[in-house]
Design a protein around this ligand. Structure first.
Ligand code: GDP
Length: 298
């Protein structure tokens, strides 16, 4: 009726709203697919995975006219399809104590992650004990104590240089005696001498298995998102040193969007239990494939 009224009164009506900018569509061609590949590689996804994702996206769609939003949506869907099977919380078993061995290079966020996990389990009513298994680094032990205090969880320590396996054994004994639900064992992250580290980790496992042949129930590998593609070689290395059962990726609150997680999921299929999203005690989140894919594709 306004149009009618407009004509009736002899003046042009103003549009109710500015018209939306026209959506630009471009036919999907080789050049665009190549550009997409480059974007994904720049996002740390790795060449193989980037190629697989773009070829899945392109399949049956070459020549189709698509907007940026449509392409982003398709990319995000491809990525969440890869990530969905690995997005699994850390499994809990009907055992007491459940042993969680935590491995990773120094600086990856092991201590912080142990503190955050301990706090979450403590809040959920589980009795948790932490063992400071990196007995050579006094600073690491101190830092773990700080996190134990924050989480309200006891930290078992030993004199500097004590055999970590002996501390692990004592921690198992205490965890059993006190009826603890979870024992989280921190470990050294010196990759400079892999042979030593491998023997150290193997000895910890051997010793706790004397107490419980099914332990450790989880072996978490902590990875730092800011190391990008390096995370791939860390997984390869640590899988040789220990029976890694799941991953935690830290520092996803910064500029690193963790594209390497897609490559990791594609290549190893290890569960991603949680992500670190800050330095505070509550900054540990479940891994959500859709949120992750959306953040990655912008
Ligand atoms: P560790 O040597 O593997 O035990 O590493 P730490 O737990 O000491 O962490 C190393 C550094 O990374 C510390 O400064 C932590 O505050 C920081 N950090 C750990 N996790 C996160 C995270 O999810 N986000 C951010 N921004 N920093 C983190």
């Amino acid at each position: 009726t306004t149009g009618f009224l407009g004509r009736l009164f002899g003046r042009e009506e103003a549009p109710a709203r500015a018209p939306a900018a026209p959506v630009v569509r471009r036919a999907l061609d080789d050049d665009m697919v190549e550009q997409l590949e480059e974007l994904l590689i720049a996002a740390d996804m790795g060449v193989d995975t980037a190629l697989r994702v773009t070829s899945n996206l392109a399949e049956g769609r070459m020549g189709r006219r698509m907007s940026v939003a449509e392409i982003k949506g398709l990319l995000a869907a491809e990525i969440s399809r890869i990530m969905e099977p690995v997005a699994r919380p850390m499994p809990l078993y009907p055992r007491k104590p459940q042993v969680v061995l935590v491995v990773g290079v120094n600086g990856s966020g092991k201590t912080t992650t142990i503190g955050k996990l301990a706090s979450q389990f403590n809040a959920a009513g589980k009795k948790v004990i932490i063992a400071a298994g990196d007995t050579f680094r006094a600073a690491a032990v101190e830092q773990l104590q700080v996190w134990g205090d924050r989480a309200g969880v006891p930290v078992m320590k030993a004199d500097q240089g004590t055999d970590p396996a002996s501390l692990a054994f004592d921690a198992m004994t205490r965890a059993e005696a006190e009826g603890a639900d979870l024992l989280m064992i921190d470990t050294a992250g010196r990759l400079q001498n892999r042979q030593d580290l491998m023997e150290e980790l193997a000895k910890i496992v051997r010793v706790i298995r004397k107490k419980d042949p099914s332990a450790p129930h989880n072996t978490l590998l902590v990875l730092d998102a800011t190391t990008g593609q390096n995370a791939l070689s860390q997984v390869e290395t640590f899988r040789k040193l220990a029976d890694v059962s799941g991953l935690v990726m830290t520092k996803l609150d910064g500029t690193a969007k963790g594209g390497v997680l897609v490559a990791l999921a594609d290549k190893f299929g290890l569960p991603i239990h949680a992500i670190g999203v800050g330095e505070q005690i509550d900054d540990l989140a479940p891994f959500d494939p859709e949120d992750f894919a959306r953040a990655l594709t912008g």
